[in-house]
Design a protein around this ligand. Structure first.
Ligand code: PLP
Length: 372
């Protein structure tokens, strides 16, 4: 069996560091907002070049906090790509705002700029909702087009949030994820590129006032005075234990990214022509959270790979506007055709930095047989 993800090999490599750091936490006993949390935030700021980093309880909570801190609420429209993990839109609904689903680019799977501009324009014209924010998603690890997204956001007075849950470690030119948008939300879910041993996330921003609000919201909305400052609040901190683990994982993160890139390149070489392989625009570097191909006969290929003991999965089997909880915000089947087609054709293959070349080759042989 070649699993889709495998955390065991990484654990074996990092065990001495993790053992030492977890024991240090057990000894000092500051399990909430302990010194490892502060150390991790400093390391993440340093790594990305972002001025402020606020670690939080999950990627979902990072997005939620970002929206609440900017006062997004009832009557506001937040533009989200229709093809992503459901949290991207769920947080909008949780704030009382309305998600407006936007179709994606057929090649990158990321939000399509022309469709975004049309959605902002038609929301304005209808005048029922106030356009407030864009949440762009870096799907499968590939950063969205933040240059043009920034232009659309400024031209329309919208907050631009990067949902970088899958793309920590990615870049556009020399600029790293964490600095590509005014606000970036990252997830440390175990199978994300930088994963903890449980839930976790972080917010990245250069804006000191926003960072302060994020810190308030993650401690129930309380300020430094100890008084309730904000009516938004979560028990939204990253555990000290998880910060300790992430400090160990950051040590090898660049090495892991290089290995993810070489796994992806090996797949590209062997699979191009058999299935549609991922593409990245010039200058964009994916974090390769997932290696996702497209093929017409996706369901039969997936079934054959599973029978050949190759782990694979469909991210995502339905676009957001067709999820039961979100149908009321969309225009139904046929309204966002690129996202709908993607959900029928995508298939993610095993991807992690500890895949061996022989395993990648075995996956490629299984794909060759499965599409024949
Ligand atoms: C994983 C993910 C999230 C949510 O992150 P959690 O840490 O699991 O809450 C949000 N958006 C996208 C695109 C994701 O992949």
């Amino acid at each position: 069996m070649i699993p889709l993800f495998d955390l065991h090999r990484q654990r074996d490599r990092l065990w001495p560091c993790i053992d030492e750091r977890l024991n240090a936490v057990l000894r000092h006993g500051r399990f909430v907002l302990g010194p490892e949390v502060e150390a991790l935030e400093a390391r993440l700021a340093d790594y990305t070049g972002s001025r402020h980093v606020v670690t939080v309880s999950s990627g979902r909570d990072a997005l939620y906090i970002a929206l609440r801190a900017d006062g997004v609420g009832p009557g506001d429209a937040v533009f989200v790509p229709a093809f992503t993990f459901s949290s991207t839109a769920e947080v909008v609904v949780a704030c009382g705002a309305t998600p407006v689903f936007v179709d994606i680019d057929a090649r990158t799977f990321n939000i399509d700029i022309a469709n975004l501009m049309a959605a902002v324009e038609s929301t304005r014209r209808r005048a029922e909702l106030t356009p407030k924010a864009i949440i762009a998603v870096d799907l499968f690890g590939l950063p969205a087009d933040y240059q043009r997204l920034g232009e659309v956001a400024s031209a329309n007075g919208l907050l631009l949030i990067a949902d970088a849950a899958q793309s920590f470690g990615g870049r556009l030119g020399e600029r790293k994820v964490g600095t590509l948008a005014p606000v970036t939300a990252v997830s440390f879910y175990p199978t994300k590129p930088l994963g903890a041993y449980g839930d976790g996330g972080a917010l990245f921003t250069d804006d000191a006032a926003r960072a302060e609000l994020y810190r308030q919201i993650r401690i129930n909305g309380r300020g430094l005075s100890g008084l309730q400052e904000s009516d938004a609040g979560l028990t939204g901190r990253l555990d000290t234990m998880q910060a300790a683990i992430l400090l160990c994982k950051l040590e090898v993160f660049d090495d892991e990214l290089r290995r993810r890139r070489s796994v992806a390149a090996r797949y590209d070489d062997a699979l191009a022509g058999l299935v549609a392989v991922p593409v990245a625009p010039d200058g964009a570097q994916s974090a390769h959270a997932l290696y996702t191909v497209r093929c017409e006969a996706r369901d039969s290929v997936a079934g054959r790979l599973a029978a050949a003991e190759v782990g694979c999965n469909v991210y995502y089997p339905a676009p957001l506007h067709l999820h039961p909880a979100f149908r009321r915000f969309g225009d139904g089947v046929g309204s966002l055709p690129v996202a709908e087609a993607a959900s029928r054709h995508v298939l993610s293959l095993p991807m992690h930095p500890y895949l061996r070349d022989e395993e990648v080759d075995a996956v490629c042989r299984a794909v060759r047989t499965a599409v024949a």
